[in-house]
Design a protein around this ligand. Structure first.
Ligand SMILES: Cc1cc2nc3c(=O)[nH]c(=O)nc-3n(C[C@H](O)[C@H](O)[C@H](O)COP(=O)(O)O)c2cc1C
Length: 437
C-alpha cells in the first residue's frame, strides 16, 4: 500500500446547494458566503484546490424543454465562477481556486487579463479549467448556430493557448521596477507586443496587467477524447477525469504520461485527479443504507438523466428506463462522459446505468464505508493507479455542509493518519503546491 500522500481537490458548481434535503443550508447561495465557508473548510483540510465548473446556457435537451432543469435546479441557475473564485481566494491563504472558462466564450486577451488579475488578487493561487464548450445551445449565445466539430474546437484551443501564453510572457517578470528616484514604475524595455496573427486569432498585445505571482494561472483540463488527451498532455498542470474503475484509471494516467513524454514534457509536472463521490457513515452498514437511499430517491434518476442530456445534447427522456439503450450513442459534446455512462455492450437498462457506480457520471470508483475504510481503499486505489490524487464531489453535484464535514473532518484525518494526505501546506503558489509531491 502506498504511503505517498495524494493530491486532493474539490469539484463544485456555483448552483444551489442540497436544497431539497433536510441538511441543506436552507438559504440563498448567491451571496457566495456558503461557498466561501466551503473553501475555508477545504483549506483547513489542506486540499490542493477547489474547482468551480461552468456551462453557458440554460439546458433544454431533456424532454425538449427547460422545465425540468429549472424546476429541479439542475445546471441552472448557475452563476459566474470567476468572481466567486476571487472571493474564495481572498478569504483563504493557501488553497488554490480554479474557475472554468470557455475558449469559445472569451476572447484570449480578455481571458489572459482576467486570469492575471485574479492570480494577483489571490497571491498566486488561481487556476483556469480550460474548456472548449460542448453544447450547441451555448454556441447560440456567442454568435454561432452550432459548435465547431471537436477537432476544430481543439485546433482553435491550441492556438488560443499559444496566444495567452505569449500574452503572459509579454511582460518580463521583473518589468515592474517601482523606482521612485528615477520616476519609473515599469521598465518599457521589458514589455513587448506579441503580434500574433494566426488562423483563428489576431492579437497584438502586450497584456496591460503586471506579471502575476504565477505569471500564468495553473492550467486544469479534462480532455477525454484522443484529441482532448493530446491537448491536456501538452498544456495542463492538472487533469481531471472520470474513469470506470481502477484499471481504466491506471490506463488513462499511463496514456497521459506517455503523450506528455512524446512531446518532451516531464510527466510528473501533470497531476491526474480522478473524480470520486465517497459515501461515508459511522458504520459500513449506515454508509450502505445512505447510499441505497440516495440512489432510490425519486429525483435522483431524473436529475442524473437531465444533467447528462444537457452535457451530451441527447434527450434521455425519449428512452425506456427499464430497457437497454437502443443503439450506441454518439455526440459532438462531452463524449468521454457519455461513453463512460452508456457502458455500451453491457446490456444494462437505462435505470441500471444511472444507479451504477453512484450515478455513473462522476464516480471513478465505488467508495462506501467508514472514513477509515474509505481512506484505506483510496490508498489501495492510488497505489494501483500509480498516483496522483482525487477530485471529490457528490453524485448530482449538490452539496451540504454536512457532507463537507464528513469529508474534511472524517475522511481527510483518516487519510492523514495513514500518511496519505498532507497535514500542512509548504508553499504559497498553487503550482508549487501541486508539484510538492
Ligand atoms: C471532472 C470534469 C469536469 C468538467 N467540467 C467542465 C466544465 O465545467 N465545463 C465544461 O464545459 N466542460 C467540462 N468538462 C468537460 C471537458 O471539458 C471535456 O469536454 C470532456 O471531458 C470531454 O472530453 P473531450 O472534449 O476530449 O471529448 C468536464 C469534464 C470532467 C471529466
Amino acid at each position: 500500500m502506498a504511503t505517498k500522500p495524494m493530491h486532493l481537490a474539490w469539484f463544485m458548481n456555483f448552483t444551489p446547494d442540497e436544497w431539497r434535503e433536510p441538511f441543506g443550508q436552507g438559504g440563498s447561495p448567491w451571496d457566495g458566503r456558503f461557498y466561501i465557508e466551503m473553501a475555508q473548510t477545504l483549506e483547513r483540510a489542506c486540499f490542493d484546490y477547489i474547482m468551480i465548473e461552468d456551462k453557458l446556457m440554460v439546458p433544454q435537451t431533456y424532454g425538449g424543454s427547460r422545465d425540468i432543469a429549472l424546476k429541479n435546479a439542475m445546471m441552472v441557475p448557475k452563476h459566474d465562477p470567476a468572481p466567486l473564485a476571487t472571493a474564495m481566494g481572498m478569504a483563504t491563504s493557501r488553497l488554490g481556486v480554479v474557475a472554468t472558462m470557455s475558449t469559445m466564450a472569451y476572447p484570449p486577451f480578455l481571458l489572459a487579463r482576467l486570469c492575471s488579475t485574479i492570480d494577483s488578487l489571490t497571491r498566486g493561487r488561481f487556476g483556469w479549467n480550460i474548456v472548449t464548450s460542448a453544447e450547441d445551445l451555448a454556441a447560440k449565445n456567442f454568435n454561432m448556430d452550432k459548435l465547431p466539430l471537436r477537432e476544430t474546437r481543439y485546433e482553435m484551443a491550441d492556438e488560443y493557448l499559444e496566444v495567452v501564453n505569449k500574452l503572459f510572457a509579454s511582460w518580463d517578470t521583473d518589468a515592474v521596477v517601482l523606482d521612485r528616484e528615477n520616476g519609473i514604475y515599469v521598465d518599457p524595455s521589458k514589455v513587448r507586443t506579441i503580434d500574433h496573427s494566426g488562423k483563428h486569432y489576431q492579437v497584438r498585445g502586450p497584456l496591460n496587467t503586471v506579471p502575476s505571482p504565477q505569471q500564468k494561472p495553473l492550467y486544469v483540463q479534462a480532455g477525454a477524447s484522443p484529441r482532448g488527451r493530446d491537448f491536456a498532455a501538452r498544456h495542463a498542470d492538472s487533469i481531471i477525469s472520470v474513469a470506470s474503475g481502477v484499471k481504466e484509471m491506471k490506463a488513462f494516467r499511463d496514456d497521459i504520461r506517455l503523450r506528455a513524454e512524446k512531446i518532451g514534457r516531464d510527466p510528473d509536472e501533470i497531476k491526474v485527479l480522478f473524480c470520486i463521490t465517497p459515501t461515508l457513515g459511522e458504520t459500513e452498514f449506515e454508509a450502505r443504507e445512505k447510499y441505497k437511499r440516495q440512489l432510490s430517491s425519486e429525483h435522483f434518476i431524473i436529475d442524473t438523466l437531465s444533467s447528462l442530456s444537457a452535457i451530451t445534447e441527447i434527450d434521455f427522456a425519449q428512452f425506456e428506463l427499464d430497457q437497454p439503450l437502443p443503439e450506441k450513442l454518439v455526440t459532438n459534446g462531452e463524449s468521454g462522459t457519455l461513453d463512460k455512462f452508456q457502458q455500451w455492450g453491457s446490456g444494462k437498462t437505462l435505470r441500471e446505468l444511472v444507479v451504477d457506480g453512484g450515478g455513473g457520471l462522476v464516480s471513478s470508483v465505488e467508495l462506501i464505508g467508514t472514513p477509515d475504510q474509505v481512506a484505506e481503499r483510496m490508498g489501495e486505489v492510488m497505489a494501483e493507479v500509480g498516483g496522483d490524487g482525487f477530485l471529490i464531489t457528490t453524485p448530482v453535484l449538490r452539496v451540504s455542509r454536512r457532507y463537507l464535514a464528513e469529508v474534511a473532518d472524517g475522511l481527510v484525518p483518516a487519510l492523514q493518519k495513514r500518511g496519505l494526505a498532507r497535514t500542512s501546506y509548504k508553499h504559497e503558489l498553487l503550482r508549487d503546491t501541486l508539484r510538492e509531491f
